[in-house]
Design a protein around this ligand. Sequence first.
Ligand SMILES: [Zn+2]
Ligand SMILES: [Zn+2]
Length: 255
Amino acid sequence: MHVKVLGASAGIGQAARTTSFLVDGNCLIDCGTGVADLDTDALLQIDTVLLTHSHLDHSGSLPLLADAHVTHGGRGLDVYTQQETISALQQHMFNGLLWPDYTKAAPGNMPWVRLHALEVGDSISLPDGIATALPAEHSVPALGWLLEGPWRALAFTGDSGPCLPFWHWISHVPSLTDVICELSYLSEQSALALKGGHMSPALLLPLLEILPPNVHVWITHTESSLRSQLLEQVRKELPSLLHLHPLEQGISIEL
Ligand SMILES: [Zn+2]
Ligand SMILES: [Zn+2]
């Protein structure tokens, strides 16, 4: 299983792209602005979207991705996320005002956007592995995701504060090698982080203690002006035997 990072920033500007990971060419985890860098052929190969939550930095390219399928004769998209996020997409995105309602089918056809509700613990079969929805704690209902490939497993926090059930869950996955963790606030801003359902180094470090050795911890969702400070705050107290990296657009992880 091949995971390519299309976007790993908290916002846009110059080269920054927001959250989206492309799995084996056909599946997206989140649908932020990084998706817009793909060429049309690559857009049409995508048939599955696993969403963490409704916020636009994670879902904002979904209407235009669907439109590419409509315009160029694609097969449309199966979108998997929890019911609260589906309701938000139906009310505020595909509502016929902000964008055409591609979740409704023309007579005799399938809808271009097929929304599937799932709950924490539910799994989706992918061509070369399995994706499982994990718990998260954010300002709106949100999920993390676990991707298990033939050899290795990767967990993604999505946007989340310190969600103990997520960390306990992934610490029991025997093939876990990689964790992509959001980090939005500095340690001294931990109260703000908790309020918004985000992570700071001070909140993250105790959770890293329960990971098995040799796991790669990838930091994502950082503001570019804070990135080096955030990484330094984690690196100073990183448990030995863990490996810390900034997640960057263009990086690939093999599972
Ligand atoms: Zn969010
Ligand atoms: Zn976000």
